[in-house]
Design a binder for this molecule. Sequence first.
Ligand SMILES: C[S@@+](CC[C@H](N)C(=O)[O-])C[C@H]1O[C@@H](n2cnc3c(N)ncnc32)[C@H](O)[C@@H]1O
Length: 245
Amino acid sequence: MGRHERIAELAGLDRPGLEIADLASGAGRTVRALLRATATTGNEPGRVHAVDAASNLDDEVLHDARVRSVLADLDEPLPFADTSLDRVISLNAAEHLDDPTAHLAECYRVLRPGGLLVLAHSDWDTALFASADDALTRLLVDRFVSTVPQFAERADGFMGRKLLGLATRSPFELVSADTWADCHRRFDQGSVSWKVAMGVLAATKNDPELATRAVTWVEGLAELAAEGKFLFAVTDVALVLRRPE
Ligand SMILES: C[S@@+](CC[C@H](N)C(=O)[O-])C[C@H]1O[C@@H](n2cnc3c(N)ncnc32)[C@H](O)[C@@H]1O
């Protein structure tokens, strides 16, 4: 089971007709996992609102009648009425937001009493790459963690480990706290490990000497993968929070 399937399971879709919002939905991988999770149980959602500042939803998700694409800035109030949602998912969003505490307050406002927030984040500083050069890997992961990607205004590569602190300062009840690190052995284009490695490359673009070393490093990862010796993982943190009845 991968990250998005785990998030869908934690959302506890235990009855049909739930109103769900996936905040910072990106390509819609979590939305797809939510729909698949309910396909066999009969607990079909009423509507899944896929909210993001950019319109990057995959066609398959975008054209699903149960999905509503919402373009919105998560630094602003959420475009939902008070107590109008049953489930809210926030995966890898908080690090990009101006005020993660305000983000939780907005999630609380839009959830019905008894509703659940799945607040989850990869902790990028824990990125594990099998490589022939440990010192360079350390240097590159540090550079990646301290660099803001092009698609965002800010980033915090330590956000995963900060979620519990955020949650305890909110009015939510903590239902559960989980961590996991999925094992990725592939390095072909589009794979999770390749995407993170591309993020590492992008983080070196203002440092020509390191950028050259990073290109060689990426080639080394591809060689390891071809030999069956490649491994990538990153620790994800996932909290389930309930708005009290
Ligand atoms: C790393 S992606 C995560 C996507 C998805 N949740 C996942 O885990 O696959 C971060 C997403 O946050 C969105 N984003 C960043 N800042 C945002 C903001 N202020 N308001 C809305 N979306 C934002 C980006 O457009 C991007 O799709």
